[in-house]
Design a binder for this molecule. Structure first.
Ligand SMILES: Cc1cc2nc3c(=O)[nH]c(=O)nc-3n(C[C@H](O)[C@H](O)[C@H](O)COP(=O)(O)OP(=O)(O)OC[C@H]3O[C@@H](n4cnc5c(N)ncnc54)[C@H](O)[C@@H]3O)c2cc1C
Length: 415
C-alpha cells in the first residue's frame, strides 16, 4: 500500500497520541502497511511505563491469556483482538529481535535482561516502518473541523497537524508521576463517547485503623493465600445481574505492608473490590490445620495449635493469629470453628493506595462505543481507542501488555 501522497508536511494518514505500549505497537503496524504515521507524546522519552514494568523486566505477555483474564462491562469484547494477535505472535516478535526471555510462573513471560529490550524492539519496529515520533510534545487541543486536527506545543514552538485517522493511546490514570493524564478520557468525552467510571486496580489495600493496629508491625511478612473479593449482593454488573458468580479467587502470595496488604493475591482481587466491601482470605489453602489436633491422644493446647500454624505461616504471623483468634475451647466443634476462621478471614479495607500505586486503571472508554475488530468509534469513524484507556483491564501477569499489543494491532491493521 502506498503512503499518503499529500504534499502537506503537517498532514498524516494517522496521528497517534501516546507513545506507550499500545501507541508504539499500533504505529509500527500501521507504518508497515504503508501509512504515514505521526506518534506524539508529552514525555521526553517513549515507553516510560514499559521501563518500570515487571520490576524492570517487563512481564510482556502471558501464555494462558484469554478473555476470562480481563475485567470489562462486556466480558466478550477482548476476544476478537486477543485472537487476532496472540501471545504467540508477541513471542515471535520478541524472538525476531533476539530478546532473551523466560517464564517466571503461571505463564508469565519476562525479559531476561531488562524492559529496555522491549522499548528498543518497539522503537526499531517504528523506525523500520517509517513512523515519525515526536516526544516532549504537549497536546493543546484536538478537533475535527473536517479531518482530525491536533494542536501541539514543544520546545520547537507551536505546531498543528492533521490526519484522516486519530488513535488515542494515552493509557490510564495510574502513576501520575510517570506522566499519566486523563487526556484520553477527555477527548473521548469531547467526541460524545461514554465512559465507564475509572478506579485504581491492581493496587494495594490500606487497612482500617483497627487492623492497622493489629497487623502493621508485621510488615514485610508474606504467606500464600487464596484471596477473593466479597461483593455486596446488591452490586450488579451493569446488566442487572449479580457479580458474585463472576468473581474469581487467586492463590498467590499476600504481603503485609506498613499500611495494609499487598502482594500478587491482593493486587488481583483489588480489581474486583469496591469501597465498603469485604475481602476474604484463606490462610491455609487446601490444608486442614487442626487435623493433627483432632487425632486421638493428640495434645490440644495453644502450643500444639501454634506448632501446626507455623507449618503454614511465618512464626510471628502464626503467633499473632493465635493471639487474636484463639480457639474458644479445645472441643471438636470449637476446633472446627477455629479451622473455619483460618479459611475465611474477612477483612474490611479502609481503601486502596490509589492511582499513585495502582498498576492499572479499571474502567475507561466504554467498549459499547467501539468495534471490537478495529477499535474504531462507532459514533465517529476515523477515531480509534486502544490500550488501557479502554474499559478492558487485565489481571496481574502480563495480560495488560497483551491487551495493549492486541488492541493496537487491530487498529493498526484497520487505519
Ligand atoms: C509499576 C507498573 C508495572 C507494570 N508492570 C506490568 C507488567 O509487567 N506486565 C503488564 O502486562 N502490565 C504491566 N503494567 C501495566 C502496563 O504498563 C499498562 O497496562 C500498559 O503500559 C498500557 O499501555 P498503554 O499504551 O495503553 O498506556 P501507557 O503505556 O501508559 O502509555 C500511554 C502514553 O501516553 C502518554 N500520555 C499520557 N497523557 C498524555 C498527554 N496528555 N499528552 C501526551 N501524551 C500523553 C504517556 O506519556 C505514555 O507514554 C504495569 C504498570 C505499572 C504502573
Amino acid at each position: 500500500m502506498s503512503r499518503s501522497t499529500s504534499h502537506n508536511p503537517g498532514h498524516f494518514d494517522v496521528i497517534i497520541l501516546g507513545a506507550g505500549a499500545a501507541g508504539l505497537m499500533c504505529a509500527a503496524t500501521a507504518g508497515r502497511r504503508g501509512r504515514r504515521v505521526l506518534l506524539l507524546d508529552h514525555a521526553e522519552r517513549i515507553g516510560k511505563k514499559i521501563l518500570i514494568s515487571g520490576g524492570g523486566r517487563a512481564n510482556f505477555t502471558n501464555l494462558h491469556c484469554r478473555a476470562e483474564n480481563f475485567l470489562s462491562e462486556n466480558p466478550h469484547f477482548a476476544k476478537s483482538a486477543l485472537a487476532a494477535f496472540t501471545p504467540s505472535d508477541m513471542i515471535a516478535l520478541v524472538e525476531k529481535h533476539r530478546i532473551p526471555y523466560h517464564e517466571k510462573t503461571l505463564g508469565q513471560l519476562f525479559c531476561d535482561r531488562s524492559a529496555q529490550d522491549l522499548v528498543q524492539l518497539l522503537a526499531r519496529e517504528c523506525a523500520e516502518a517509517g513512523v515519525e515520533i515526536r516526544t516532549g510534545t504537549r497536546i493543546l487541543a484536538v478537533s475535527k473541523p473536517d479531518r482530525f486536527r491536533v494542536d501541539t506545543e514543544s520546545a520547537a514552538g507551536p505546531a498543528s497537524f492533521t490526519a484522516d485517522s486519530l488513535i488515542i493511546a494515552t493509557g490510564g490514570l495510574s502513576i501520575p508521576k510517570m506522566g499519566a493524564t486523563a487526556l484520553g478520557y477527555e477527548i473521548a468525552t469531547q467526541f460524545g463517547l461514554d465512559l465507564v467510571p475509572c478506579r485504581p486496580a491492581l493496587v494495594p489495600f490500606v487497612f482500617n485503623p483497627q487492623d492497622t493496629e493489629r497487623w502493621c508491625d508485621l510488615s514485610g511478612l508474606s504467606a500464600e493465600v487464596i484471596a477473593s473479593a466479597a461483593p455486596s449482593p446488591r452490586r450488579g454488573n451493569g446488566n442487572g445481574n449479580s457479580r458474585r458468580n463472576l468473581q474469581p479467587s487467586f492463590r498467590e502470595k499476600l504481603l503485609i505492608t506498613h499500611r495494609g496488604l499487598s502482594g500478587p493475591a491482593i493486587l488481583q482481587i483489588s480489581s474486583y473490590w469496591r469501597p465498603g466491601e469485604e475481602i476474604i482470605l484463606d490462610l491455609a489453602p487446601a490444608r486442614e490445620l487442626t487435623a493433627t489436633l483432632l487425632q486421638p491422644n493428640a495434645r490440644r493446647d495453644l502450643g500444639a495449635a501454634l506448632a501446626a500454624l507455623r507449618t503454614l505461616l511465618p512464626a510471628r504471623l502464626a503467633e499473632r493469629w493465635l493471639e487474636l483468634h484463639p480457639p474458644a475451647a479445645w472441643t471438636n466443634p470449637a476446633l472446627a470453628r477455629f479451622e473455619d476462621s483460618l479459611h475465611t478471614w474477612r477483612l474490611n479495607p479502609a481503601g486502596t493506595e490509589g492511582y499513585a500505586k495502582a498498576e492499572v486503571t479499571a474502567g475507561g472508554v466504554s467498549t459499547a462505543e467501539l468495534d471490537a475488530k478495529t477499535m474504531q468509534s462507532r459514533k465517529l469513524p476515523g477515531l480509534f481507542l486502544i490500550g488501557e484507556v479502554v474499559d478492558v483491564t487485565g489481571w496481574l501477569g502480563g495480560y495488560n501488555f497483551q491487551w495493549a499489543w492486541s488492541s493496537a494491532t487491530q487498529a493498526g491493521n484497520a487505519v
